[in-house]
Design a protein. Structure first.
Length: 83
């Protein structure tokens, strides 16, 4: 194998391969959403309403995520504040 053969073998990914990779990411994200408890969306909405009493934020500015680590659950809250 010569030095130039190395560069010839590098071809850009096909659109099918790119689409497959993106679909795998979406499916993994959806699976993660299914394992969340039913009360999580309502809790996110209530937290958003409380934050809005003090700071003007949009719905997309508040992210709530529940992670399970063995027998411990961790509620993660990320708020993007304006300015």
């Amino acid at each position: 194998m010569s030095f130039l053969d190395y560069f010839r073998s590098k071809r850009p990914a096909s659109s099918a391969a790119t689409a497959k990779e993106r679909l795998q990411v979406i499916v993994a994200h959806e699976r993660g959403q299914r394992n969340q408890p039913d009360y999580l969306p309502a809790m996110q909405q209530e937290i958003l309403e409380v934050i809005r009493k003090y700071v003007p934020v949009e719905q997309d500015d508040v992210q709530v995520q529940l992670d399970e680590n063995g027998n411990c659950s961790v509620l993660e809250l990320n708020v993007t504040l304006p300015g």
